[in-house]
Design a protein around this ligand. Sequence first.
Ligand code: A2P
Length: 269
Amino acid sequence: DAEIVLSPPSKTYGHLNAETVTDVHHWTDRLFSFKTTRDPSLRFANGQFAMMGLEVGGKPLLRAYSIASANYEDHIEFLSIKVEDGPLTSRLAHVRPGDIVLVGRKPTGTLLLDNLRPGRTLYMLATGTGLAPFMSLIRDPDVYERFEHVILTHTVRQVDELAYGDYIRHELPEHEFLGEFLRGKLRYYPTVTREEFETKGRITDLIESGKLFTDLGLPALDPEHDRVMICGSTAMLTDTENLLVKRGFDEGNANRPGAYVVEKAFAER
Ligand code: A2P
């Protein structure tokens, strides 16, 4: 397994940049992240996704991946699950520094600050790899200029799947440039559903019961003042959207900003 070596692409592709992997981190045996070089021509807004993958059988094999790094950084970063028989992720999980991945030149997506009306509190609700776009957004100073409170929730099955947890808690507040923006504004609220943890349960249940707001010392969701970004599995998106719509939240998009925006988290099944 450890001996699988990824070969470089056989040719160049007009719509794809060939980027070199510079750093790989395995959070669990099913969850990993990696950094690559960034073609200076790549432009994206924080929260967007790009097509990304490998050349397999002489053709690009790509999936939609949220970019986890911020758009002012000189690298790009991705967070991925590894699916045993997943055509892409079973291979991608073997990337090592020096390997080449293909990255689409036209990132897109709806998890954008501009798709939300101004508000007081911004909730970012993530499950699993749905954390990725928020790793980009929480490193965007604009987020802290626009909102008084920024709440990032991450729900996973097991504690060790709380990727970037230590970074968010300990490193980010000390960040020489971002620290002053986010200190006292960014609150991280991790929850775990299948193991003991300080905060247990699905975010939907924690919203319904009101425990999320009691824990944070914030008022219950209010479409007038609160804005919500959601990224998770299809089931999580449906349940969370229902809960928001019931409370009077309207969905935003590029033509008409709203009270919430949604994006499906990366999945390969
Ligand atoms: P649970 O353990 O109760 O299924 P997954 O790995 O399946 O994408 O799940 C990631 C996290 O999202 C898990 O903690 C899971 O909780 C939670 N989750 C799954 N489906 C939903 C849903 N419909 N609403 C809220 N949370 C969900």
